[in-house]
Design a protein around this ligand. Structure first.
Ligand code: 26Y
Length: 824
């Protein structure tokens, strides 16, 4: 009765079973007699895929017919995770399917876990893109995602002897969710030269010629909305040699290897996701990826627009393109190129269209993550684009000079070209200049970009060009799918599942704060989720933990700014304190499990060192008979989206402890709280807004504020600085080799004691430890703790990605939903 949808439904489990069997026997050509879990997964996925495809086609037809303004989300990363469970829940026939697979002799959990994650992303930015697709479809926005079809997603992480080892993630062996569109291809050019000529009317044209051509082939994946038939499209481009490129002369003359090498070079473009999430290394192949994807997507978008036969001035009324960070910034000069070189528009007319079309989302203020590409590299690879970038810059600087005549420094500081050796193109500046809106991803972050990296642009354009859209998460995956029992409990109290499409309805849960049955069930669900994680920890890492302990979780990419080192130093401190205690004293201690997970970029040595230290501490602490269950330390291998779905519902506390001013937003903080966990965090990113929503009493904040960071860093260099004695003791035991070869960790310790402690670990250590002690105290009063967690959940409505998408639609895209037509 609560279900709003009526997609192409299986009317019965028998009908579903028939479909599964048909797919196993015919699509897969397998006998039912040797149907294993993999085959059962395939059959189930294909049966649901059939349902999705029908609605997908209808949605696309409807969008073509109505031709509304569309949104295109350009992101090099979409961290989708698994699709089957999401498809079942969004189509709304998971229950029927569950009975069906059980008749066939399988358990639904086992079938679901057969699917490999689509891990086409690094972390927060990629997962945000995935949540946005879910919200866009759910809210009926006509929207497409565009990305690359990497053959290898983010690497799989193994921990061997305590060290991270990277294993390639070849995920495409069987992927029922993608549809190759061999008829949708685009020729993409690289290298070559620019020739100028004048046509008969005296008009000057530039032609980019003699380049190398690579073919882009489209692969599409359906994105089902929840509670609606709208099924949007995610288009992934795959690179392959164009027929011109595969050199038949070489092939025929026996140079087989050379001709195959050309082909492989073309296919390399979309071969692998770059695993760096913060350090730009200026690799030519990465720039090739960026252009390949931008050019293919824009050609597709322009082709679709041209079908409508509308004048070019209508382009920004039909098309909104959102740039997910600076990675797609080449789309700006590419659209300008298409309009002037291809369509013959004047520069000004074209440029005004470009600026109205693009919006740019910034996700970081860390200087090492800001993209810059060397001028000689762009000159070589994209000669016409370099000319256009220079022209954009010249016109921009002229305008600045005219409007700020007395400010000579301003010109150098806002120039797209950095006058270094070699000269560099600052992609963030190009993105700001080529867009009509620039947004940060949480309030503090949006304020910071206005006063730091884009300060001069605020002077130039005024403050209205800059805005904030605080991130959000989809409650479908991060509540309903990851925590079905909790979702069901909420539905039983709130009279249905409407909260899944209007998360603010959760506020009514506060009415049940005194409801004994509700409280008991809420607590039991948390415990069951901890038991589930306990089993997983045993299976995956061979470590036994007690689910009655306080579960303290920090899972995210490994980075110095996120300060996993602060956490592990805190763990060592806790261990030393436990060792100091008498058996009597130990009896009063709150048992705790410290859980870590996250990948380090393969070349990020310091982050890898922190992983190693955590694993060494884990080995020592877990084996210590004095300690037992009082403290266990776990490093969970290969943290990814599907593991997050098990981990997130199981926290009592999660850690979001970045140096203030460094974490743009964070989104896992929202996921943990929505699932009934509390947060220990710094005043950073979205933690600040979470605090505003849940109240200061319901979150454990600690540490220095963003406004003081600069002075503190300064003090490390110029003031004599004294290390907190408790932290000193932690460093002493590390140096004494208590956690293995001390030499391994000397650079980590020295970054703090000798090299200025850039991330202010020592400044925040005491406050961190004190706050962790408060948490132990607070956890002892389980009733009060429970009240806090329920209150927090009830106040998380703001953090739905649906709210976030509505803000983008209104403030940036100026688009309206296109609900599916009513069927009788
Ligand atoms: C340029 C290249 C090296 C690069 C590749 C990936 C640079 C950055 C990234 C990814 C950044 C990222 O994931 N940023 C995170 O975005 C989230 C969504 O907005 C934020 O919540 C999070 O604070 C931010 O670190």
């Amino acid at each position: 009765a609560w279900k709003k949808f009526s997609a192409q439904e299986f009317s019965s489990k028998e009908e579903f079973e028939k479909e599964v069997v048909r797919h196993i026997e015919t699509t897969l050509a397998r006998s039912l007699f040797n149907c294993d879990e993999a085959a059962a997964y395939a059959g189930t996925a294909l049966a649901f895929r059939d349902r999705l495809v029908i609605e997908w086609n209808k949605t696309q037809q409807n969008q073509t017919f109505a031709d509304p303004k569309r949104v295109y989300y350009l992101s090099l990363e979409f961290l989708m995770g698994r699709a089957l469970d999401n498809a079942m829940l969004n189509v709304g026939m998971k229950d029927i399917a569950k009975e069906g697979v059980s008749d066939l002799g399988f358990r639904m959990e086992d079938i679901i876990s057969q699917e490999r994650d689509a891990a086409l992303g690094n972390g927060g930015l990629g997962r945000l893109a995935a949540c946005f697709l879910d919200s866009l479809a759910t809210l009926n926005y006509p929207a497409w995602g565009y990305a690359l079809r990497y053959r290898y997603g983010i690497f799989k992480q193994e921990i061997i002897d305590g060290y991270q080892v990277e294993i390639p993630d070849y995920w495409l062996d069987f992927n029922p969710w993608e549809f190759p569109r061999h008829d949708v291809t685009v020729d993409i050019q690289f290298y070559g030269n620019v020739r100028k000529y004048m046509d008969d009317s005296g008009k000057q044209w530039s032609v980019w010629e003699n380049g190398e051509i690579v073919n882009a082939v489209a692969y599409d994946a359906p994105i089902p909305g929840y509670g609606t038939k709208t099924t949007n499209n995610l288009r992934l481009w795959s690179s392959k040699a164009s027929h011109g490129e595969f050199d038949f002369t070489k092939f025929n003359s026996g140079e087989y290897e050379a001709s195959v090498a050309d082909q492989q070079r073309a296919e390399t473009i979309s071969a692998v996701l770059y695993p760096n999430d913060s350090l730009e290394r200026g690799k030519e192949l990465r720039l090739k990826q960026q252009y390949f994807w931008c050019a293919a997507s824009l050609s597709d978008i322009v082709r679709r627009f041209k079908k409508s036969k509308k004048p070019w001035s209508e382009f920004p009324n039909q098309v909104a393109i959102q740039l997910n960070d600076t990675h797609p910034t080449l789309a700006i000069p590419e659209l300008q190129r298409i309009l002037i070189d291809g369509e013959g528009l004047d520069w000004e007319e074209a440029w005004s269209i470009v600026q109205k079309t693009f919006g740019y989302t910034n996700h970081t203020v860390l200087p090492e993550a800001l993209e810059k590409w060397s001028v000689p590299l762009i000159q070589h690879l994209l000669p016409r684009h370099l000319q256009i970038i220079y022209e954009i810059n010249a016109r921009f600087l002229q305008w600045v000079e005219k409007n700020f005549p007395k400010d000579r420094d301003m010109l150098a500081s806002v120039s797209i070209i950095e006058e270094t050796q070699p000269k560099m193109v600052r992609m963030a500046y190009l993105a700001v200049i080529g867009s009509h809106k620039v947004n940060g991803v949480a309030e503090l972050h949006s304020d910071l970009i206005k006063t730091t990296i884009f300060k001069d642009f605020v002077k130039i354009y005024g403050p209205d060009k800059f805005t904030n859209v605080t991130n959000g998460i989809t409650p479908r995956r991060w509540l309903h799918q990851a925590n079905p029992r909790l979702s069901e409990l909420f539905a039983s109290k709130l009279g249905g599942y409407d909260f899944l499409t209007d998360l603010t309805l959760l506020h009514k849960l506060e009415n049940f704060l005194d409801d004994k049955d509700f409280r008991k069930e809420f607590q039991e669900i948390k415990y069951a989720n901890k038991v589930r994680l306990t089993k997983y920890i045993k299976e995956a890492q061979g470590i036994s933990v007690n689910p009655a302990s306080l579960f303290d979780i920090q899972v995210k990419r490994m980075h110095e700014y996120k300060r996993q080192q602060l956490n592990v130093f805190g763990v060592i401190h806790r261990y030393l304190q436990l060792k100091d205690m008498s058996p009597e004293e130990r009896k009063k201690v709150q048992p705790r499990v410290s859980i870590f997970g996250g990948k380090a970029a393969p070349g990020y040595w310091m982050a890898k060192t922190v992983i190693h230290l955590i694993n060494q501490v884990s080995a020592v602490v877990n084996a210590d008979k004095d300690i037992g269950d009082l403290l266990k330390v776990v490093f969970l291998e290969d943290y990814n989206v599907s593991k997050a779905e098990i981990i997130v519902p199981a926290s009592d506390i999660s850690e979001h402890i970045s140096t203030a001013g460094t974490e743009a937003s964070g989104t896992s903080n929202m996921k943990f709280v929505l699932n009934g966990g509390l947060v220990i965090g710094t005043c950073d990113g979205a933690n600040i807004e979470i605090t505003r929503e849940v109240g200061e009493d319901n979150i454990f904040l600690f540490g220095n504020l963003a406004e003081d960071v600069e002075d503190l860093r300064h003090a490390h260099f110029y003031g004599g600085f004294e290390l907190d004695p408790q932290l000193q003791r932690v460093f002493d035991v590390i140096r004494n080799g208590q956690f293995g070869d001390a030499g391994q960790f000397s650079a980590l310790v020295n970054s703090i004691v000798e090299h200025g402690d850039y991330y202010l670990v020592s400044d925040d250590f005491q406050s961190y430890v004190e706050t962790q002690n408060k948490i132990d105290e607070a956890y002892k009063n389980q009733e009060k703790w429970l009240t806090k967690t329920i209150t927090c959940v009830a106040r998380m409505g703001f953090f739905s990605s649906d709210r976030c998408i509505e803000e983008y639609a209104q403030e940036i895209w100026n688009t309206e939903p296109l609900p599916p037509p009513k069927e009788n």
